[in-house]
Design a protein around this ligand. Sequence first.
Ligand code: NAP
Length: 245
Amino acid sequence: MMEQRVAMITGASRGIGYAIAEALAVAGYNLAICGTREQTINAAADKLKKHDVDVLPKAVDVSDQAAVQAFVKDAVGHFGRLDVLVNNAGITRDNLSIRMKGEDWDAVISTNLNSVFYVSQAVLRPMMKAKFGRIINISSVVASMGNPGQLNYCASKGGVDALTRSLAREVGSRGITVNAVAPGFIATDMTAGLGEEARDKLVEQIPLGHLGAAEDVAASVTFLASDAAAYITGQILHVNGGMYM
Ligand code: NAP
């Protein structure tokens, strides 16, 4: 890279978000990262600094628009630029539709979908000024396939896919690309709760025969952030071992 670029990653304290932050640090990006808890996001930042990059950690609830705007302002103030945004923070609150509580619907839509609007909107000004930007949203295979018991989660990720295409059309002329990466089943805390039987059933549906690793997702994000992906926008890149084609 000519100059050291800056990437913001939401939900980077652990799992896929941490793996993305680490892959981008290895590629030479300075980082602004957030999670919900100060202690864990600071600990993640300490580990990432070993890659010889500057890391700005902050406890931010991405479903809080004012907090998100303050985080972006801090990051632009600290680094003087913001080149890449990875909207990764996400939660599940699974239940069959008939039993799903309104608060579980709302929590998933605010954390997984509203946040993508809030953070993306906040980074547009600095990216437009620079005539360069990469926005990468972490969707899910279930946005395309559907999944019983995950009505709220599937709807939130389907919204992320639609937002990705619309924003890509809005900001393409400003040198900003907007894409999504849709992971299949990846071994993280989010999927750790699956029983052995459910896991075996899932693996049967995956042609590659195993769950993915957070690093598999991180590699695709690093590619979409790079100059090699300059002519790709509005796309959903599936990283799922072939479970959905
Ligand atoms: P994870 O291990 O549960 O980690 C979730 C991350 O998001 C944590 O860093 C968490 O911070 C952060 N987070 C949650 N709510 C937040 C909020 N309101 N504000 C800020 N940060 C918040 O999940 P993961 O498996 O790595 O998933 C990462 C993304 O990939 C999610 O969008 C998920 O939907 C998507 N995905 C995962 C899979 C999979 O199989 N794992 C498959 C498809 C898509 P704290 O540590 O502070 O809680």
